[in-house]
Design a protein around this ligand. Structure first.
Ligand SMILES: [Zn+2]
Length: 236
């Protein structure tokens, strides 16, 4: 039975600095999804996206433009996470991608095939200030925003740990854990490059939640139901 899946990306404020985690779908997906993603892809996932839901349109709600961002972190290169990378073209904003993910992205662009990686999403990759990561990155050096590798769903997937001003500790898992059930029942994501690695992540997430952290599952319609969205402040 078809159902609607939320596609979240995040804006994190640190003092005066704003950081984005992921970018969602490309603007074209709201206008011409079949033409942009191709029919085989939309047969599997038909996007339900309005133009105002696009990355730079969402930034406007907070009075921001892409070039005003301090940094962008990319979980992985899939179409619903890395689609608006072109909004960062021509800016100096550092865009952090795991080195193994960049390798997969470059291969998929070379192949020209429309898969969960859409070559057109990367047509301006050369104009983006890409910074590759291999390991963890404590973005501000104060343990408030930490990027860490969670390979499995894709070879170079990354998640983000956030310590909020209210003292909450969040795990923005993105596709390392689609839904809460993936973690609770140890179910790997529907699409996984390496299932044992994907399950290692969900086991680690489980321990992190036992230790008081909150897991934010990206594609869990029940979990997101009623949650405040931008420009409102996020709440678990
Ligand atoms: Zn994905």
């Amino acid at each position: 039975m078809p159902f609607d899946i939320p596609v979240p990306f995040f804006l994190i404020r640190h003092g005066k600095d704003w950081v984005a985690f992921d970018t969602g779908n490309n603007a074209q997906v709201a206008v011409d999804p079949v033409g942009y993603w191709s029919k085989p892809v939309t047969d599997a996932y038909m996007p339900v996206m309005k133009p105002h839901e696009e990355f730079k349109e969402q930034l406007k709600k907070l009075g921001l433009t892409p070039q005003m961002l301090h940094a962008v972190i990319i979980s992985h290169g899939h179409l619903d996470h890395c689609g608006a990378l072109d909004d960062l073209a021509g800016t100096n904003v550092p865009v952090y991608i795991h080195k193994d993910e960049l390798e997969v992205i470059n291969k998929s662009v070379e192949s020209g095939k429309q898969t969960a990686y859409i070559p057109a999403d990367f047509k301006k990759l050369g104009e983006v200030n890409i910074k590759t990561i291999d390991g963890t990155l404590d973005l501000f050096g104060d343990h408030s925003v930490i990027v860490f590798p969670t390979p499995g769903h894709t070879p170079g997937h990354q998640s983000v740990y956030v310590q909020t001003g209210e003292g909450q500790r969040l795990i923005l898992a993105q596709d390392a854990c689609y839904t809460l059930e993936n973690m609770i029942a140890n179910i790997p994501p529907g699409l996984a490059f390496d299932i044992p690695k994907a399950l290692t992540n969900t086991n680690h997430f489980k321990v992190m939640t036992f230790a008081g952290m909150h897991l934010v599952p990206p594609h869990d319609p029940d979990w997101w139901n009623g949650k405040p969205l931008a420009p409102q402040k996020f709440k678990v």
